[in-house]
Ligand binder design. Structure first.
Ligand SMILES: Nc1ncnc2c1ncn2[C@@H]1O[C@H](COP(=O)(O)OP(=O)(O)OP(=O)(O)O)[C@@H](O)[C@H]1O
Ligand SMILES: [Mg+2]
Length: 168
């Protein structure tokens, strides 16, 4: 499986990443957004939603487990933070049959079981803060070749992208 590491030096870089991901998604895809509090999961989810013309815009509602949005594809946005670690995704109502017709963006996938191995249709992104306040590091696993091709040119002298066949 390919692993792409991108240094996101600004909010604009995160927005660009979200745009690239958004247009690459297909019905049935899941995007797992992992990382600490404030690492940028919702910010990236919103940018993905914007690329898909999400209505209403994706937000970070504190007590809402899952929200549904219209768009170029139906979008489900899950925040599993309040579910206990080890919760079954199906039983918790986080995944269901309808999602085969759209894309599902899941924050705090670490709390869930049963999301499927990273592979076809599952894009796994880990975000973390860097030393610089406005910088985040994104580690992306499971990108399809089309997305990989778009992510490559996002690098500049301040960004670092490594891509390879680091099979897990
Ligand atoms: N390069 C960047 N990418 C994303 N967010 C950034 C960046 N630089 C600064 N930020 C800020 O970091 C914060 C990220 O908040 P966000 O709600 O997206 O995090 P989160 O991972 O969803 O948190 P939570 O775990 O509480 O859901 C925002 O205030 C955002 O403006
Ligand atoms: Mg969030």
């Amino acid at each position: 499986m390919n692993v792409v590491t991108i240094t996101l030096g600004s909010l604009a870089a995160t927005t660009s990443l979200g745009a690239a991901i958004g247009v690459s998604l297909r019905p049935g895809d899941r995007v797992l957004l992992a990382g600490d509090l404030g690492s940028g999961k919702t910010t990236l989810a919103r940018a993905i939603g914007t690329a898909l013309n999400a209505e209403p815009e994706l937000t970070s509602p504190t007590f809402v487990l899952i929200s549904e949005h219209r768009g170029d594809l139906p979008i489900w946005h899950v925040d599993a933070y309040r579910l206990p670690v080890g919760s079954d995704a199906l039983r918790a109502g986080v995944i269901d049959e309808r999602q085969h017709h759209g894309v599902t963006l899941i924050e705090w996938p670490e709390h869930l079981e049963g999301l499927g191995a990273a592979g076809t249709g599952v894009l796994s992104i880990h975000l973390e803060a860097a030393a610089d306040e406005g910088t985040r590091i994104a580690v992306i696993r499971g990108a399809r070749p089309e997305l990989l091709a778009v992510l490559g040119p996002m690098s500049d002298s301040t960004q670092r992208i490594t891509s390879g066949d680091a099979r897990e």
